[in-house]
Design a protein around this ligand. Sequence first.
Ligand SMILES: NC(=O)c1ccc[n+]([C@@H]2O[C@H](COP(=O)([O-])OP(=O)(O)OC[C@H]3O[C@@H](n4cnc5c(N)ncnc54)[C@H](O)[C@@H]3O)[C@@H](O)[C@H]2O)c1
Length: 356
Amino acid sequence: MLHEGGKAGGSRLPRSAVAEPIDSATAATLPSFSPARIACIGCGYWGKKVARNLASLGALHAVADVSPDALAEVSNQFTVPGHTFEAILEDPEVDAVAIASPAAMHGEHVRRALTAGKHVFVEKPLALQLFEGHSLVKLARDRGRILMVGHVLRYHPIVLALVDEVRKGRLGEIKHVYSRRFGLGKIRTEEDVIWSFAPHDISIILALLNETPTYVSGEATSIITPGIADIANIHLGFPSGVTARISVSWLNPTKEQRTVIIGSNAHAVFDDTLPWEKKLQIYDHRIELSAAAPSVSKAEPVSPKVAEGEPLREELSHFLSCIATGRQPLTDGHEALGVLSVLEQAAKSVRAKSGH
Ligand SMILES: NC(=O)c1ccc[n+]([C@@H]2O[C@H](COP(=O)([O-])OP(=O)(O)OC[C@H]3O[C@@H](n4cnc5c(N)ncnc54)[C@H](O)[C@@H]3O)[C@@H](O)[C@H]2O)c1
């Protein structure tokens, strides 16, 4: 057994931020209800994937992009009309939008879509400033519209299984979590690697720990574009005594997408680069503290059986289900504010260290 950590009465996340894992009813088969008619805004690298999944769910109604080439390609591929964003907002046949435009435009696009009465799915991050996120969440509430943010890994069947194992106490008391998201490109120039990559890790860690961090510190290195971090570390401290570390880089020769959870009874590794059946591995290593020095007995990893599913399809299926039922999404505006708050604190810490 490991030593017990401190147990300060901590600030638990609001209920909506830790909604129960989605159940099999939201598994991404074709929806049993008539799906909402959705327009995909932005047909770039990620928007194409969003459009493909919406089309396969029978929900893609139209697409928009300011680039005529990108628009024509996706509009032709899925045989749906290509419009301007403005025309989509005015189209009464469009129930909802899925926004995959550049992050710097999210705030404006979400605001205009909600104001036009559309339900909104927006790619991460919800906005590039916390105060703007708060006003968008309020707007969605005032307008009675679904606002869902694309923290896609929260819909990854393996992450759902991991969160389930942690909440059931399979790992014992969580002591430390670390997450690494490395790759080469896509190098962005408007938001840095913290805002681009870390929302995924923050969203998973907040779900695993069900607490709000009381300590957030960041450090970053800019190599390609002055002032835009390419490599960063974020350190988190939670009221329960748990600590977490997130490392992100889009300037790394190899791809790494790994979250490790150190519990008092077992350790878990989620590695999204491995084949499906090995993505989640739980190690029942034992650490004996009774002797003069801690001794370790290692165990072979076990991998819980998890049905395969494409996270983005699961996510968009959940959006459709929320529109149909009025239920709040797992990654609703409140969940996104928890993530934005950590991002903003990390960015502030980075700025303070660089003297800006
Ligand atoms: N969930 C994930 O894992 C994941 C992965 C990659 C990207 N993303 C997110 O997806 C979003 C898009 O990223 P990307 O890599 O596809 O970028 P991209 O640059 O490839 O695509 C953005 C597209 O938006 C279009 N656009 C710009 N302004 C527009 C406007 N006013 N109206 C309509 N279209 C407009 C651009 O022409 C471009 O085609 C970002 O928010 C990013 O964070 C999420």
